[in-house]
Design a protein around this ligand. Structure first.
Ligand code: ADP
Ligand code: LRH
Length: 496
């Protein structure tokens, strides 16, 4: 029996996809979620003048295409949800129109602003209020940069909509602000979940822009009559899921016991654990962890690690030179390269900005007196081993902060298709890795739609449904001595 059909859009920094989810029950067996990808599209940023932007209208076009395909293929989804990367936003004017093109979080406008804002507000105070790791892309710095540049856009804007909310607005005409995404701004008081108007006033950020957050699982509205007409589709209602992709992915971690540690592995690597309350201690700030708002009243204590972005940029460079290599082939070449020859500390700030990545990896190794990786396989291996070692460091830090111990690590997201990375991670941790599902964000997105449709009770039921519906691949730790030596070397590298 088909119990429900839902449609999820998951937009990551490297690609977007539309997936259909069908909740199916055979006889009196436990229901299962069956998932099918129906549309996938690249997400390519565009430089205009001094600024880097998202191609938001193209993304809207691809979402409309996904809706059309879903109905053309005969599915009848009751609801749809959109999750996207965090922090970015569009501004809406008094006539309900988009003001300018949204900036990409890697736009250089926020350079140096962490220090400047800390100077004005105080680092400890800001951390205690927002609970967030100081990342240059946070919404607060983007808005402060616009204020400093006297951007007229800030003056005419009436409402700020974070990317997922913006796309939902384009489809339904309804403006909402979903809670998990709101916590990525650094402008929300985490403890009472209200906007930090005093902070906004001090930075010249207009507080009128911010709508009261709604909880994930809230039903928003059907598509607008214009969109129905344009797409020629039947009724479908938008739901606010855990619209921050990281939070959606965490919903789909198939953990059955507490406490558990996870790694959401894509463009970014988000490693952390789930808590009932935020951990706003000075140690959390010093070890550079975030408290992000999760679904179902949870808080996610996690570290943002530079992630597969570094490999994506190397691949882009090789591709542009005509040396086109797939991620799967890159993993094979890395597999054949010598183990633990040299490795990067992925969170060195040089790796944050786009371009010249192969050279950045090489210069990092040179400056740290390690053999310089030459071949594509050596470069890829040096990145993957650096990531695996960084995961160990972050996992140990999460244990130190929470006083918990983790028997292994759940890995989810596109990056787990790189089996070498999963194996290297198990090696570096000296603990097992349980990998799956790949499409965790889209699945978590669907699960929250099912919660809103009352087909799934709560977060625990959602995780159980994931565990019964999707396979998990286990990787066991091998050769721990070599990894222990490498880890000793790694923690001496900059930045500590
Ligand atoms: P995001 O949602 O942030 O755009 P994904 O979760 O889709 O990212 O993960 C993208 C990453 O997954 C890529 O950077 C790449 O390293 C990895 N990847 C994707 N496909 C494969 C593959 N076939 N083999 C190995 N790695 C892959
Ligand atoms: C991962 C992610 C991460 C954010 C970054 C901007 O896609 O949402 O959680 O910090 O993008």
């Amino acid at each position: 029996t088909l119990l429900s059909t839902v449609l999820a859009f998951d937009l990551g920094a490297s690609s977007g996809r539309a997936l259909i989810g069908e909740l199916i029950q055979i006889g009196d067996e436990e229901p299962k979620l069956q998932v099918k990808e129906i549309h996938r599209f690249p997400n390519q940023p565009i430089q205009i003048g001094k600024h880097l932007h998202w191609d938001i209208l193209r993304l809207l076009h691809e979402i409309k295409t996904g809706i059309r395909i879903a109905f053309q293929e005969g599915y009848k989804p009751l609801t749809l949800g959109i999750d996207t990367w965090g922090v970015d936003f569009g501004l809406i004017d008094a006539n309900g129109e988009l003001v300018g093109n949204p900036y990409h979080y890697r736009d250089a406008q926020t350079e140096g602003l962490i220090e400047e804002v800390n100077g004005l507000i105080g680092k400890e105070a800001l951390f205690k209020q927002s609970g967030l790791q100081f990342m240059p892309f946070n919404t607060i710095y983007q808005l402060y940069a616009m204020r400093k540049a006297s951007s007229p856009k800030l003056d005419i804007a009436q409402t700020l909509l974070l990317t997922s909310d913006l796309l939902i607005y384009f489809l339904t005409g309804k403006k909402v602000c979903e809670f998990t995404m709101a916590t990525t701004t650094q402008l929300l008081n985490l403890e009472n979940q209200t906007w930090n108007v005093e902070l906004m006033d001090r930075l010249g950020i207009p507080s009128r822009l911010f709508l009261e957050p709604v909880a994930p699982g809230t039903r928003i509205a059907p598509l607008s009559p214009e969109v129905y007409e344009e797409l020629g589709v039947q009724s479908i209602e938008a739901v606010a899921v855990g619209t921050h992709d990281t939070e959606s992915a965490i919903v789909a971690v198939p953990a059955s016991s507490e406490p558990f540690a996870y790694l959401v592995c894509g463009t970014w690597s988000l490693l952390g654990t789930e808590l009932a309350e935020p951990l706003l201690t000075p140690e959390t700030m010093e070890l550079e962890f975030s408290n992000e708002g999760g679904v179902g009243g949870t808080y996610q204590l996690l570290k943002n690690i530079m992630g597969l972005w570094i490999l994506q940029e190397c691949k882009r460079e090789w591709d542009e030179r005509g040396n086109v290599i797939s991620f799967a082939d890159l993993a094979k070449l890395a597999e054949e390269a010598e183990p633990l020859r040299s490795f990067i500390q992925p969170d060195d700030p040089r790796f944050y900005s786009p371009s010249g990545m192969v050279e950045k990896v090489r210069s990092y190794c040179k400056e740290t007196n390690q053999p310089i990786p030459q071949s594509e396989g050596q470069v890829a291996r040096c990145i993957l081993e650096g990531l695996a070692l960084r995961y160990r460091q972050a996992l140990e830090q999460a244990e130190k902060l929470t006083g918990q111990s983790f028997s292994g690590l759940h890995m989810v997201g596109g990056g787990i298709q790189n089996e070498l990375l999963c194996r290297l991670t198990a090696g570096a941790l000296g603990r097992p890795v349980w990998a799956g599902p790949v499409e965790a964000s889209a699945i978590g997105n669907m699960l929250m739609q099912l919660v809103s449709l009352r087909q799934c009770k709560d977060l625990a039921a959602a995780r159980k449904l994931t565990a019964t519906s999707f396979p998990v691949q286990s990787y066991q730790a091998e050769s721990t001595d070599l990894w222990d030596q490498a880890y000793k070397k790694f923690i001496q590298l900059r930045p500590a």
